[in-house]
Design a protein around this ligand. Structure first.
Ligand code: ATP
Ligand code: MG
Length: 256
């Protein structure tokens, strides 16, 4: 019921994976169960969650074939609250072929076991992102407050519109999460204002995510942000609030 969320942007390196995993970390901290669905052939979230994409036998690629999600999902190394359907390089062939509704049908069978299902998308707007949006109740776009970071948001919004039209009338463009916000930067402030003009103030989720070395470190050490205690507290609390927001929107009436 309205709990599948696609985390996307065609632009690489903006923090789709970081946001997906930060939300998963906050969920686990709150005692909530999440399923991370990695549909990026790079397999970043799979790797951070403790699985090697090169060794995965049943991955999201097979789930986009006809394998049930229940056969592909595995517990993560972060503890029992966070599960993952891992990626593999076999996803590359899924970007161009296959029915966009398979992932939706597969996830529908397991989503009831979780408070949220987070789909970590690749940096492209091809078949994989289309599958994610077809399966999703909510699209969340991650952006960076830089000139290049804002380019292409229109194309992402257009894809959301196209998928809504063609495959998924239940899909909502639920929000924009701003990541990598420097502490002091006139340039970032100007870009933030520009973002407000493009998407509107209400679309932007608060709080924004600051740029912090600890975020990068947690990813590199494959640990949840919340494991760092006081060292990560300010960013962990940002993710706690974003998770609370996500919980609110996924519990709202999902529509007809
Ligand atoms: N708030 C942040 N503070 C510091 N570093 C960050 C922050 N967010 C992301 N990073 C770093 O930026 C890099 C890119 O982040 P990430 O992999 O999450 O982006 P992505 O959008 O998933 O990339 P891709 O498009 O390749 O999938 C990583 O090294 C990550 O650790
Ligand atoms: Mg990523």
């Amino acid at each position: 019921m309205g709990r599948v969320v696609a985390v996307l942007n065609q632009k690489g390196g903006v923090g789709k994976t970081t946001v997906t995993l930060g939300l998963a970390s906050a969920a686990a901290e709150a005692g909530h169960r999440v399923l991370v669905v990695d549909i990026d052939p790079q397999g970043s979230s799979t790797w951070v969650l403790g699985h090697d994409p090169a060794l995965v036998e049943v991955s999201t690629a097979e789930v986009m074939g006809r394998v049930p999600a229940a056969r592909a999902m595995v517990p993560s190394a972060w503890g029992g609250e966070v599960w993952v359907i891992p990626a593999s390089h076999r996803l590359l062939s899924r970007d161009h072929q296959g029915s966009p509704t398979r992932l939706r049908d597969a996830l529908a069978e397991v989503s009831g076991q979780f408070h949220a299902v987070l789909i970590d998308c690749p940096p492209s707007l091809g078949g994989l992102s289309t599958s994610a949006l077809t399966a999703a109740d909510h699209a969340v776009i991650v952006v960076e407050p830089s000139a290049l970071g804002l380019r292409g948001i229109g194309a992402v919004a257009d894809l959301v519109d196209d998928v809504w039209d063609a495959h998924n009338p239940g899909l909502e463009l639920t929000g924009v999460i701003v990541n990598k916000v420097p502490t002091i930067s006139g340039e970032a402030d100007r870009r933030y204002d520009e973002l407000v003009r493009i998407v509107g103030k209400r679309a932007i989720w608060q709080p924004v995510i600051p740029q912090r070395v600890i975020v990068n470190q947690a990813i590199g050490e494959r640990r949840p942000l919340h494991a760092y205690g006081a060292r990560s507290r300010d960013v962990s609390e940002v993710f706690d609030r974003l998770w609370a927001k996500l919980r609110r929107v996924t519990r709202e009436n999902p529509g007809p």
